[in-house]
Design a protein around this ligand. Structure first.
Ligand code: SF4
Ligand code: MG
Length: 326
């Protein structure tokens, strides 16, 4: 049987007045049922654009390549087919629940209507279902809260309500784009635990998009590191944290706060800023910020754009200087 989501050579570009923005330049990844793929990168790395392209929500962009959900090709699929798949087979959870939830309808009504759009039935039955799902995501007094409007919910409860909305039609795949970034640390941990519990109960495949390696460490089975629209590194999460290969990943890990760090110890962040997608640096897009290149410039770093290649068992890196160790 095929994987839940199989993405191959996905590329996304936008025409702008200044020229063509190559937001995603051909990425490959696979998400298995019951597993979480973390996609990590800075803003502009292409991680959000990748997910919108998979969902068919990339307005005005040219998307090429393949994304198969349970064997069904999504790229180039007609809008009405994608609409049927969204919600029912795949759903998205965003950073800001207020963009996903409508301000003028009660939370219960919104979940009920999403459910009815796919399954029909009476409004009353759909509302009962909405109350159930709100309970499933840990919202206390779900029957009462279902009658409230999104602005009456706290930030954490709103994220739960959005997860309830995403789950209401029992999708197989959830794409979560910075779902906890706006929350304080405690609530963030609760929401991530909720997603992990729901994953175990329902066998959900999850794509977790984040700039935060701490989130990846908590939830991801596999990790794709993106930089400047390309894949920089891909590995099992344990491998990535113990033996990162790409200088960009190593820089990200060095900028993680350590549990054993003294209070007030300074974080090291990677100097420089993300590359322009309109006029990216030649060769490896990371070379202007790369400590390895700075120490010893190598012509291979500024030649062809490096692609991921196998450097160890189950471990791919796009650093051209990476030596194959297995
Ligand atoms: Fe650094 Fe060169 Fe590797 Fe890019 S290819 S990460 S510039 S060493
Ligand atoms: Mg984003």
């Amino acid at each position: 049987s095929h994987p839940l989501l199989e993405v191959r050579d996905l590329a996304v570009e936008f025409k702008t007045e200044e020229g063509t923005v190559r937001a995603v330049k051909g990425v490959d990844f696979t998400v298995e049922r019951g597993k979480t793929l973390g996609i990590v990168g800075e803003s502009g790395s292409g991680k959000s654009v990748t997910s919108l392209a998979v969902m068919g929500l990339h307005r005005g962009a040219k998307v090429t390549g393949s994304a198969k959900l349970d064997g069904t090709e999504l790229i180039g699929a007609p809008d009405d087919e994608l609409r049927k798949l969204r919600g029912r087979k795949m759903a998205m959870v965003f950073q800001d629940a207020l963009t996903a939830l409508h301000p003028y309808f009660t939370v219960g009504d919104q979940i009920a209507e999403a459910y009815r759009a796919h399954f029909g039935g009476t409004r009353k039955a759909a509302l009962a279902r909405a109350v159930d799902v709100l309970g499933d995501v840990g919202i206390p007094e779900p029957a009462r809260r279902a009658d409230e409007y999104p602005h009456q919910f706290s930030g954490g409860m709103r994220q739960r309500a959005m997860i309830a909305l995403a789950l209401s039609c029992e999708p197989d795949l959830i794409i979560a784009d910075e779902p906890t970034t706006a929350l304080d640390v405690t609530v963030q941990a609760q929401v991530l635990e909720l997603l992990m519990r729901l994953q175990q109960e329902r066998g959900l495949g999850i794509v977790m998009i984040t700039h935060d390696l701490g989130v990846i460490a908590r939830v991801a089975d596999d990790v794709l590191v993106m930089y400047g629209g390309s894949a920089a590194e891909q590995a099992h999460a344990d491998t990535l944290f113990t033996t990162p290969r790409h200088p960009y990943t190593r820089g990200l890990l060095d900028s993680l706060p350590r549990l054993d760090a003294e209070e007030g110890a300074e974080l090291v962040s990677i100097p420089g800023s993300p590359p322009s997608l309109l006029a990216p640096p030649a060769g490896c897009a990371f070379h202007p910020r790369c400590a390895v290149y700075a120490a010893k410039p190598d012509a291979r770093c500024t030649g062809d754009r490096p692609l991921l290649r196998l450097v160890a068992d189950g471990h791919r890196s796009a650093c051209v200087l990476d030596e194959v160790t297995a």
